[in-house]
Design a protein around this ligand. Structure first.
Ligand code: CP
Length: 300
């Protein structure tokens, strides 16, 4: 895991030591610049879905590592407009012989198969509802900086947990690192209760949690069967000043972004000292730089 030329799609083969090594490398990169590699290597960022944080922080990470970034951004002015498939687009980019590829795509792409067959490493930058592992890493790195140790800590994920690839990755990595994870939200948007501890009442979840993570509603992934009432959701599950008052005084607030103000979280929460949203974004650069450098064979 995170070894030279290995792809990174999910946490299936991860061990606690791999994650701790990556966290410690990210910490050292954040404190002190490593020399860029400057070997004329380039990465292709193949982004078939919109992104701000993930794409730009991977670009920043590549710049810090001295790897040129070639960006395929969403498909506007590309041959997707002429009917080329996503699969063909990926294969054509792969034929340009990058040192690595960083891919964001939907369910229709078999990203795991592509990574297995690829002669260069492939990093997952968000794959359908399957996984967004670099996001889970940067979230937990951010909490580790506050707590020291993650083991035994309680993370409450609130909102559209069912359609969230961030939640999928947290459920995977949480098991490895010994975190307790629970969900809270409207029942149509939650995962199976046998899979994850569930709070029907937000107040009870807030008292239980050492950190909470509000999620955006993934409207683009809904089947149309769900009955979403924004005002009802905001009243029952939205995070606001009252939620902050109900939490323990040392409970942290996370959001992977992008934020829909006034739905899952109120703007007033973002200014609170316990809100770590911008720390998450900042740490994303170093987590992704560590991922890139370790994938290219650097030792922490
Ligand atoms: N958290 C996250 O994946 O944000 P972007 O969609 O902006 O990359």
């Amino acid at each position: 895991m995170f070894a030279k030329n290995s792809s990174f799609i999910d946490f299936q083969s991860a061990q606690i030591q791999n994650i701790e090594e990556l966290f410690s490398f990210s910490e050292s990169l954040k404190k002190q610049q490593r020399p860029p590699r400057n070997k004329g290597e380039y990465a292709i960022l193949a982004f078939f879905e919109a992104s701000t944080r993930t794409r730009l922080s991977f670009e920043a990470a590549l710049a810090r590592a001295g790897i040129a970034a070639i960006v395929f951004d969403g498909g506007l002015n590309t041959s997707l407009e002429k009917g080329e498939t996503i699969q063909d687009s990926i294969l054509n980019m792969a034929a340009m012989n990058p040192r690595l590829m960083i891919v964001r795509c939907g369910q229709q792409v078999q990203l795991d198969t592509f990574a297995n067959d690829s002669i260069f490493p492939v990093l997952n930058a968000g794959w359908g509802i399957h996984s967004h592992p670099s996001q889970a890493l940067l979230d937990l790195f951010t909490l580790k900086q506050k707590w020291g140790s993650l083991r035994g800590k309680k993370l409450l994920i609130i909102g559209d947990v069912k359609h969230s690839r961030v939640a999928s990755s947290h459920l995977q990595i949480g098991k490895i690192l010994g975190l307790e994870i629970a969900q809270c939200g409207p029942k149509d948007y939650l995962r199976n209760r046998s899979e994850v501890q569930t709070f029907d009442d937000l107040g009870q979840g807030l008292v239980w949690a050492d950190a909470i993570m509000a999620l955006r509603f993934q409207f683009e992934r809904h089947s149309g069967q769900q009955n979403f009432n924004k005002e009802e959701f905001r009243k029952q599950f939205g995070i606001n000043a009252n939620s902050l008052a109900r939490m323990k005084s040392d409970t942290w607030v996370l959001h992977p972004g992008p934020i829909n103000h006034g739905i899952e979280i109120e703007s007033e929460v973002l200014g609170d000292a316990r809100c770590l949203v911008m720390n998450q974004v900042n740490n994303g650069v170093y987590i992704r730089e560590a991922l890139v450098r370790m994938t290219l064979g650097e030792k922490p």
